[in-house]
Design a protein around this ligand. Structure first.
Ligand SMILES: [Zn+2]
Length: 426
């Protein structure tokens, strides 16, 4: 399917030539979870002037460490290549903004945060979360590597350091008096190439009785629901509770509570403190440890067979598109999400299958999906083109999207979701 792709650039080859070792424990990575082939970076949306250049492609192969069970992509694209012009602005997803508001409310109440506290968010994006703490009069600090995204936060008076977070940044923050009563790392652990350096940094900035919450997609759910499209180069690591706890312990931190969230297809919010802090481990934490053990998350054979499920999803999607084409039906996509790009490129879907995609984010409109080269338009385009099927790429937001876009029923349009198995919504 990727026969026409350009060969890898020399820089990329030198990176990939290293033997793959676990980014946490340094064991050799010998076991495959899923090999998704060579694909462009999932957030490398193509500007019209670059359409004549082929997308750079990189191997996308997730392996599982047999020593610590951390699932991980075994090729590290330098983070600077990925995040310098990161197109994701958190505030464009309405349900995510609401998630952030509720989070702030809960944390303020649970940990009695006030004007004497400090909340630090790592990968603070456009300030979508910290603004809720700031509005409550609680001092905040964001750390965000993408300068254009950080500028959006600063324009809302959210103090934001433009930096990659790690031990060095943490020491710098601490030396300037920035230490956290609450630290937030939402959907950032997975994006960290050097997990040990990052977690070291978290420990440095966290006050002795401070609380760190980390949210990340739960590997157990990813595997149970065939969510292989949440695998992309920018997601270096895929955590179970057990693999995260092992990493925390190595850095004198520990989990004391956990919540299971519906975000991103099933996430964990883990509450973390220093190993010596006073927080007691919750029953929910022990329950989830037991659930993971029962599901075999610490046995290598559990991880075999996942790749075959991804191939089944691919076959179902290609069958659907083939049938639609044969019947002369028009198909558009909703949501130019990174996960959609993994899905479309793994399945070899192109503009011949899907006319266009729509997205509410104006930074993506007018560009093209990497690999598939499907144009991204504003949502209004759906109501002009009146496609027979609208394939929801961010299926984790399907409920919200189906509600927002219910108007497609006016011309008999139907929604389609691809994961965990293709479904046409009647
Ligand atoms: Zn390992």
């Amino acid at each position: 399917m990727d026969g026409g792709r350009a060969p890898l650039a020399g820089l990329a080859m030198s990176i990939f030539a290293r033997p793959a070792r676990c980014r946490f424990c340094n064991s050799l990575l010998l076991h495959s979870l899923a090999d998704l082939g060579e694909t462009p970076l999932a957030n490398a949306f193509v500007a019209p002037e670059n359409l004549s250049h082929p997308d750079p492609v990189y191997p996308l192969h997730v392996r599982v460490c047999e020593n610590c069970f951390l699932a991980q992509v075994d090729t590290a694209i330098p983070a600077q290549e990925i995040f310098s012009d990161y197109a994701y602005f958190s505030s464009y997803a309405a349900s995510w903004v609401e998630h952030a508001r509720r989070y702030a409310q809960e944390m303020i109440a649970r940990f009695s945060l006030n004007g004497a506290s400090k909340v630090i968010e790592v990968a603070s994006n456009d300030g979508y979360l910290l603004r809720h703490f700031a509005q409550a009069g609680i001092p905040v600090l964001g750390v965000e590597p993408a300068a254009n995204v950080a500028a959006a936060a600063q324009s809302l008076d959210i103090p934001t350091e433009i930096a990659f977070f790690g031990a060095e940044t943490a020491r710098d923050l601490k030396s300037r008096g920035h230490m956290a009563d609450l630290m937030t790392a939402n959907n950032v652990l997975a994006h960290v190439p050097d997990i040990n350096d990052f977690v070291t940094g978290l420990g440095i900035v966290l006050k002795p009785e401070g609380v760190l919450t980390a949210e990340f997609p739960h590997l157990l759910r990813l595997m149970e629901e065939s969510q292989f499209d949440t695998i992309y180069h920018e997601h270096y690591s895929y955590f179970s509770l057990a693999s995260l706890e092992r990493i925390l312990a190595a850095h004198k931190l520990r989990a004391f509570d956990v919540e299971q969230l519906s975000t991103h297809g099933g996430s964990l919010r883990v509450y973390i403190c220093h190993a010596a802090a006073s927080y007691a481990a919750s029953a929910a934490l022990q329950d989830l440890r037991n659930t993971e053990r029962a599901a075999g998350m610490e046995r290598m054979e559990t991880y075999q067979g996942f790749a075959a499920r991804a191939v089944k999803v691919k076959a179902a999607l290609l069958d659907f598109l083939e049938n639609a084409r044969r019947q002369g039906k028009k198909v558009a996509a909703y949501g130019a999400a990174a996960k959609g790009n993994t899905l479309l490129n793994f399945c070899g879907v192109t503009r011949g299958d899907i006319d266009f995609a729509v997205d509410r984010n104006p930074h993506k409109q007018g560009r093209y999906l990497p690999g598939s080269r499907i144009p991204v338009l504003a949502p209004e385009a759906l109501f002009e083109a009146k496609p027979d099927y609208v394939l929801i790429l961010p299926w984790n937001l399907a409920e919200e999207i189906r509600k927002d876009m219910a108007g497609i029923a006016d011309w008999g349009g139907k929604f389609v979701t691809p994961i965990p198995m293709l479904r046409i919504w009647d």
